[in-house]
Design a protein around this ligand. Structure first.
Ligand code: ADP
Ligand code: UDP
Length: 235
């Protein structure tokens, strides 16, 4: 499958059309942004890590009955995926308090939550991705009640799977963001990516951060953290 014209260039990926209207190619870049694009940089090799890690996790989830957009890894950075209409929500799951949750609620970073929590943000760069609730989503028509029920069910299954997977490589899954999309026949698929850009991943013993917080917070060894995740997953 070859790339046709570029449909979209985002902060971390480019999306290309293909000669099959139901498929597109995502191409992962090394560009890194934080704070909604206010901080910019490059993380050498990130695109390869995110592409391979996301594909591997999605292919394992497919085997557990979680439908994803993944079709075929074409190269180190390029992947063929089912084209979906993205539901404009950032779906965030938290197992341990960190980041904006710690700030908003005054809960110390690293505090394990009594149950996993679910948050939605409206995906809109101009508005800084504001947090929203299910009433806002339905009232604004971003998703229906049925869509939200399905998204919620799938999201907790994704969390169960990812927690188990990362525990197996001595990593605690603190929180993560996922996106869903709809195919023309109305099927909801897990789309976008699952990577150190979109998850907080801490070493289970030392609590060393192995994710994009190293870039956001200028902690150093950013590339090393991505390569460490790659090594733990693929050996
Ligand atoms: P952003 O748009 O936030 O800068 P990216 O750089 O990751 O993010 O760009 C990738 C874009 O492709 C995102 O807007 C994402 O929602 C979209 N996308 C992800 N998976 C698919 C898919 N299967 N079909 C269509 N669009 C997708
Ligand atoms: N996240 C993301 N994209 C975003 C916002 C958040 O992938 O635009 C991820 C982030 O990596 C973390 C989780 O969602 O794993 C929760 O992020 P939080 O709300 O704490 O925001 P942040 O502290 O990143 O601003």
């Amino acid at each position: 499958m070859k790339r046709a014209e570029q449909m979209y260039e985002g902060k971390a990926k480019k999306v290309y059309a293909t000669d099959d209207d139901s498929l597109c190619i995502v191409s992962y870049k090394d560009d890194a942004t934080a704070f909604n694009g206010k901080k910019k940089g490059t993380i050498e090799g990130k695109g390869v890590v995110n592409n391979k890690m996301s594909n591997y996790l999605m292919s394992l989830m497919e085997k557990e009955g979680i439908p994803t957009h993944f079709v075929e890894e074409l190269s180190d950075r390029d992947t063929l995926v089912k084209k979906v209409e993205i539901i404009p929500l950032e779906v965030i799951v938290r197992n341990v308090a960190a980041g904006s949750f710690s700030k908003r609620f005054g809960v110390e970073e690293g505090t394990r939550l009594l149950t996993p929590t679910l948050e939605f943000c409206y995906k809109c760069d101009q508005l800084d991705d504001p947090m929203c609730n299910e009433y806002h989503i339905i009232a604004c028509g971003w998703a229906t009640r049925e869509d939200l029920d399905r998204i919620t069910e799938l999201t907790f299954r994704v969390n169960d799977f990812l927690c188990r997977f990362f525990a197996g490589i001595s990593v605690d899954l603190i929180d993560f963001k996922i996106e869903f999309g709809k195919t023309p026949d109305g099927t909801i698929l897990l789309a976008d990516e699952i990577s150190p850009d979109t998850c907080r991943l801490w070493d289970a013993k030392t609590h060393e951060k192995l994710d994009k917080d190293r870039f956001r917070r200028d902690l150093g060894n950013v590339e090393g953290a991505y390569q460490e995740m790659m090594k733990r997953i693929f050996g």
